[in-house]
Design a protein around this ligand. Structure first.
Ligand SMILES: Nc1nc2c(c(=O)[nH]1)N[C@H]1C(S)=C(S)[C@@H](COP(=O)(O)OP(=O)(O)OC[C@H]3O[C@@H](n4cnc5c(N)ncnc54)[C@H](O)[C@@H]3O)O[C@H]1N2
Ligand code: MOO
Length: 411
């Protein structure tokens, strides 16, 4: 007997993306140091050339490269030393044919010069004379004006996650603040009469609320602001009130437990009871996570995650994070954290369902290998031991030792 209509993993992802296509987190301007790991809300375009002037990458002599033609240890080229460039100052002289100018690493290339000879490839018999012992090509040992970033180059694209190299490039380009998407505010509700908070003593029959802590940690690490609402008792009125409260100030609501078909599983009922509610799916052809619920209330996506901790965390990784990326207009490719590994043992799997197995990864002869960790989805230790999730797509009916699999690396 099937209690709900399970849709495919692919359809579930499409449904989430489609439901949020017109909803975006607001923008805010933050100081550059605060922009790390935030999502750019607009393209950031270079307004200046970087470097703003051509600079030497070595200590040596700025020259016209053509003047060094044929220079060697045995037949050095003779140059007149026409001056010295100071660090942090404009080069005051214009190089004439046959002239060389002393230049430090990072110094401005004087007009007329197009290359720099390293000091190791020179001799200075006196202050006015340099003997160059090695030829240089045009542009050698020089970073040209605008070679790093030229005016009009996109430093960070809208929807990109800002990384530490971006912070460096933005600093170099003189951007003291950046427009980013506001952090997504997620509220997590835990449901279940058997649950007690970690601060309470668990009596016989009770268990500690694991999921709200695990999910909050996962989503905070993903850049969200998270509120753990607490434990809601299995009473429709309590549940409905808690949900309405969470919806009033959240960008996303995540409910843990109560997603299955038990007589007290109120999640679907409570979502449907809200104003402007739309239930988009209940049931996925996926393991773990079969009873997952997804709906939208006004502009707030609501997830009902299965109570078993491994199922809750797996669906959070696969689908809640997808919704968060969508709300932030985050352009990250979903394959970014996936690597290919070969299996160390056979895995059974039913066709027509996407399976995800916690897995340990290691490297052998330059290749990743993945050992699936088998166990029930109520066992949180499977994830504490895992490095990632093996994905077995729905068309496969099991895999053999040595077969290649995609592993989603969990961070
Ligand atoms: N007859 C059927 N029973 C079940 C089915 C089914 O298809 N037919 N599906 C099973 C699957 S798969 C899952 S997953 C669970 C999902 O159940 P619920 O989402 O309704 O969750 P609960 O019944 O509230 O709890 C299930 C399990 O997880 C524990 N739990 C719940 N919340 C937490 C928490 N915050 N921290 C730690 N552990 C939690 C709870 O105590 C239960 O042991 O349904 C199966 N049943
Ligand atoms: O589908 Mo359940 O989520 O395996 O424990």
């Amino acid at each position: 007997m099937e209690f709900f209509q399970a849709i495919s993993f692919e359809k579930a992802k499409e449904s989430i993306i489609h439901s949020l296509r017109h909803i975006r987190a607001d923008q805010e301007k933050v100081d550059l140091p605060q922009a790390l790991h935030r999502i750019a809300a607009t393209h950031v375009i270079a307004q200046e050339n970087l470097p703003p002037f051509s600079r030497s990458t070595v200590d040596g002599f700025a020259v016209r490269s053509a003047d060094t033609f044929g220079a060697s240890e045995s037949a050095p080229s003779l140059f007149l030393v026409a001056g010295e460039v100071s660090m942090g100052a404009a080069a005051s002289m214009t190089l004439q044919p046959g002239e060389a100018v002393i230049i430090p690493t990072g110094g401005m290339l004087p007009p007329g010069a197009d290359a720099v000879v390293m000091v190791e490839h020179s001799e200075q018999p006196d202050d006015q004379t340099a003997l160059i012992t090695k030829m240089v090509a045009p542009g050698e040992n020089v970073v040209m004006k605008g070679e790093d970033l030229s005016i009009g180059t996109t430093i960070v694209a809208e929807g990109q996650k800002i990384t530490s190299p971006h912070i460096g490039a933005l600093a170099a380009a003189g951007m003291a603040s950046v427009n980013v998407r506001k952090k997504i505010f997620v509220t997590i509700l835990s449901t279940g009469d058997e649950l007690v908070d970690i601060t309470a003593t668990a009596e016989v029959g009770q268990i500690r609320d694991t999921n709200s802590y695990a999910l909050a940690a996962m989503l905070e690490a993903y850049g969200c602001e998270v509120r753990r609402w607490g434990i809601v008792k299995d009473r429709y009125e309590d549940f409905s009130k808690a949900l309405a409260d969470a919806l009033s100030y959240s960008d996303v609501v995540v409910i843990s437990g109560g997603s299955s078909v038990g007589t007290r599983d109120y999640t679907v009922q409570a979502i449907k009871g809200m104003n402007q509610a739309q239930l988009l799916f209940h049931g996925l052809a996926i393991k773990p996570g079969k009873p997952t619920i997804y709906g939208i209330v006004g502009s707030v996506p609501v997830f009902g995650l299965p109570g078993h901790p491994v199922a809750a965390m797996t669906i959070c990784e696969l689908l809640v994070k997808l919704a968060i990326r969508q709300l932030q207009g985050h352009q990250e490719a979903s394959s970014r954290h996936t690597l290919v590994a070969s299996l160390t043992r056979n895995i059974p799997s039913a066709p027509g369902r996407d399976d995800f197995f916690p897995a340990k990864l290691f490297k052998q002869e330059g290749q990743y290998r993945a050992t699936p960790l088998f166990g029930k989805s109520g066992l949180i230790h499977l994830l504490t031991e895992a490095d990632g999730l093996i994905h077995i797509p729905s068309e496969k009916s099991g895999l053999y030792e040595g077969d290649k699999v995609d592993v989603l690396v969990m961070t």
